[in-house]
Ligand binder design. Structure first.
Ligand SMILES: Cc1cc2nc3c(=O)[nH]c(=O)nc-3n(C[C@H](O)[C@H](O)[C@H](O)COP(=O)(O)OP(=O)(O)OC[C@H]3O[C@@H](n4cnc5c(N)ncnc54)[C@H](O)[C@@H]3O)c2cc1C
Ligand SMILES: NC(=O)c1ccc[n+]([C@@H]2O[C@H](COP(=O)([O-])OP(=O)(O)OC[C@H]3O[C@@H](n4cnc5c(N)ncnc54)[C@H](OP(=O)(O)O)[C@@H]3O)[C@@H](O)[C@H]2O)c1
Length: 447
């Protein structure tokens, strides 16, 4: 029986990290339960308590955590002691249009931090000062000192800039807010405790909406910050090979911008990196290992990479690494984005990988360049017979990017091509895919 895990909303992760963890836990536990008859589900709370101290977004076994701690060492940089990095390069990869995806290069010089392709970089954001000032202007206290995330006294402004989440709302925060507020609307929301109503209210609203539309009566600034969540670092799949760029780590960041409830809004970390990093900014970072997203141990194994949008990030790193390998492997990249003219991320580099033979096959899905949408999984369907041959030759399949729709559709396309070209039944295809996962031949980095 399939196990369905959903982390509680107050788990100390961003929504993207929670979605990634839910997916990871469900995948891992369902693989385990498929291979161990009568096995029991692991209680989520038990896993959560082992993770909160050091993982920004990835579930880790206790063994893995110990290994990471050993690697980081008491002197090293980690989540508790992030490295103040320098940004060497920061540019938009898109042409004119609504999409903005930044390529950022961070210096790790002097940090001792090391990474492998497939790892992620965690970045501590700084909130938008304009929004912080607007929040403070609407509060009855301004100059008080409050505890920061570690309990040290800082100004309210510094706390709201660097230590507390002022972006997307969670049910937990709204409930604590309501306890201090006379808002009849919030009272009825909390009393009804209806999942749809919670989703409706929290979606597209931030702390500023509570401050302005549902003022609460906190005695002082300390009480006010006590209801807020601590600002969490965001994870980004590393887009560089350390061998190709010693002392540097590169990211590919999709900038989150949207309009809701009459306001223009931005994702905290993606707008921090795209708009608010100056020469003097030292973004705090640490490396987050992802042993579940690694190139094959045998360098001659064929590699299939599916990464639309920012999902291209780890595959730029893979290709840089493969270019330097002495043993050449067959490999195939599926990339997609709305328009070829403006959204072909890393076009020059990908074309150079093709030209020098690092990349053997390339399929590009430009979703909005014709009337009917074309997605990476549509191209996989068109190439299904060849993909099946690659799989039968032992190819490893990697998927990176959007978890909510793309990764599910790509998974469906994979199952279908195995049915159509491998002649497998519904049950046999599940077994085939499960064996691929066990052999680390189907790895996903989705969020
Ligand atoms: C393992 C991992 C790897 C990742 N790698 C990458 C990567 O390589 N590149 C990359 O760009 N991202 C990556 N991410 C996602 C990244 O960590 C952040 O989640 C992302 O950048 C958004 O963070 P933010 O702080 O900008 O937005 P946040 O401040 O966290 O805001 C995001 C929230 O805003 C709200 N929101 C967003 N759009 C809308 C809308 N249209 N309407 C209403 N509400 C909305 C939602 O509540 C959403 O959860 C990765 C995530 C994980 C877990
Ligand atoms: N949590 C966050 O706030 C946050 C921040 C950044 C990124 N992300 C996630 O990361 C993903 C990557 O963002 P991105 O802007 O780089 O790219 P994206 O939004 O995933 O879009 C990349 C390409 O994938 C296409 N696509 C849409 N639905 C698809 C599906 N079901 N199957 C296959 N392809 C599909 C898009 O087409 P169309 O757009 O034309 O339909 C587009 O051409 C986002 O989708 C999002 O889930 C989340």
């Amino acid at each position: 029986m399939a196990i369905k895990i959903q982390l509680p909303e107050d788990a100390p992760f961003t929504p993207a990290q929670r979605a990634w963890l839910d997916d990871f836990l469900n995948q891992t536990l369902n693989e385990a339960s498929a291979s161990t008859s009568g096995s029991k589900a692991v209680p989520v709370t038990a896993l959560q308590s082992t993770e909160t101290s050091n993982a920004a977004g990835h579930a880790k076994s206790i063994g893995q955590q110990e290994e990471t701690h050993k690697q980081e060492g008491s002197e090293g940089y980690s989540k508790k002691r992030p490295f103040p990095s320098t940004v060497l390069n920061n540019r938009n990869l898109n042409g004119p249009g609504p999409k903005q995806t930044h390529h950022l290069e961070f210096s790790l010089e002097g940090s001792g931090l090391q990474y492998e392709v497939g790892d992620a970089l965690a970045v501590f954001p700084v909130n938008d000062p304009v929004l912080v000032d607007e929040i403070i202007a609407n509060l009855p206290f301004t100059l008080e000192e409050v505890p920061d995330r570690d309990g040290n006294d800082v100004s309210l402004r510094e706390a709201l800039l660097e230590h507390y989440e002022i972006g997307a709302l969670s049910k937990i925060v709204v409930k604590k807010w309501q306890a201090q507020s006379a808002s009849p609307f919030l009272r009825s929301l909390v009393e009804a405790d209806n999942a749809e109503a919670w989703k409706d209210f929290c979606s597209g609203r931030e702390l500023i909406d509570l401050v302005i539309d549902h003022p609460a009566n906190f005695n002082d600034a300390k009480k006010f910050v006590s209801v807020l969540k601590k600002l969490q670092p965001r994870l980004y799949s590393i887009a560089s090979s350390p061998k190709a760029h010693p002392g540097e780590v590169h990211l590919c960041v999709g900038v989150v911008r949207y309009e809701s409830h009459g306001r223009k809004r931005g994702g905290v970390c993606s707008t921090f990196m795209s708009e608010r990093i100056t020469e003097d900014t030292r973004p705090k970072v640490f490396v987050h290992q992802n042993k579940n997203f690694r190139l094959p141990e045998d360098p001659s194994t064929p590699v299939i990479m599916v990464g639309p949008g920012t999902g291209i990030a780890p595959f730029r790193a893979f290709l840089e690494q493969l270019q330097l390998n002495e043993t050449k492997s067959r490999n195939w990249l599926f990339f997609g984005n709305p328009h070829a003219a403006t959204d072909y991320l890393y076009q020059e580099e990908i074309e150079a990988f093709l030209a020098d033979g690092t990349l053997e096959r390339l399929d590009l899905a430009w979703s909005r360049d014709q009337q009917t949408k074309v997605y990476v999984q549509n191209l996989m369907e068109q190439r299904a017979a060849e993909l099946w041959q690659w799989l039968e030759q032992g190819a490893c399949l990697y998927v990176c990017g959007d978890a909510s729709r793309m990764a599910k559709d790509v998974d469906r396309a994979l199952h279908q091509l195995i049915i159509d070209h491998g002649g497998k039944s519904e049950n046999e295809v599940k077994e085939y895919v499960s064996e691929m996962k066990k052999a680390k031949r189907y790895q996903r980095d989705v969020y």
